[in-house]
Design a protein around this ligand. Structure first.
Ligand SMILES: [Mg+2]
Length: 217
């Protein structure tokens, strides 16, 4: 059972599937985030300089140099997600690679964002031809992945750009195959290493065959 009751409700709506399970993060795995978000911020009079891998503290108001606190940053991110259809494009190679895998695996998108953005994201993904089930969670991803797997022991692969999410998956599903994929590989230097055993991939051309091999498809 996912720890987030709304995520658990969303999982219960899915039809039972016993194929190998492929769970994908959305921002910076399927859709660009870290590249378009600074462009969006510019339109609002802010700039982003990533001195560390966090948004709060690295965004500055251009005119004054003021550094907004967490609440104001959350408002900016919220507004970006409302307008995501105008900004977030598909990451190179993702659509083709996932389509290739989806014939033999159950593909589920698991995005850590407030549930209220689910409909906007759903509509945007549909417009892009990415009709895979989309789950939102406001809590750790690991328990949701365990719930998605169900009672059996089907193989699980999980792709995310955030080491903390990979670690959460490993904690809940010890035998899951973890893939660390980042839209912008230059940001790896700002991150802690992914958990031991995670497979680092440079992009979807690399990831597709390795996920297929891991899932035995
Ligand atoms: Mg992400």
């Amino acid at each position: 059972m996912s720890d987030d009751p709304e995520t658990a409700r969303q999982i219960a709506e899915l039809s039972l599937d016993d194929r190998p399970l492929l769970v994908l993060d959305v921002d910076d795995v399927l859709l660009e985030f870290v590249r378009p978000f600074p462009l969006y911020l510019e339109t609002r009079g802010f700039e982003l300089k990533l001195a560390s891998f966090r948004l709060t503290g690295n965004i500055a108001e251009r005119a004054s140099g003021r550094i907004p606190e967490q609440a104001e940053v959350s408002t900016l991110i919220d507004a970006f997600f409302q307008a995501q259809a105008d900004w977030q494009t598909v990451i190179e190679g993702a659509a083709e690679a996932i389509a290739g895998l989806s014939g033999s695996a159950e593909v589920v998108l698991l995005t850590a964002m407030p549930h209220r953005h689910r409909q906007a994201r759903r509509a945007h993904l549909d417009a892009l031809g990415l009709a895979y089930p989309l789950l939102t969670t406001e809590m750790a991803k690991g328990p949701a992945i365990a719930a998605l797997r169900g009672a059996g022991r089907r193989p699980v692969a999980f792709v995310d750009d955030q080491p903390t999410n990979l670690a959460s998956a490993q904690e809940s599903v010890a035998d899951a195959y973890l893939f660390h994929l980042m839209a912008d590989n230059s940001l790896r230097a700002l991150l802690p290493p992914p958990p031991e055993g995670a497979i680092v991939v440079e992009g979807w051309r690399d990831a597709g065959p390795r996920i297929a091999q891991a899932l035995g498809i």
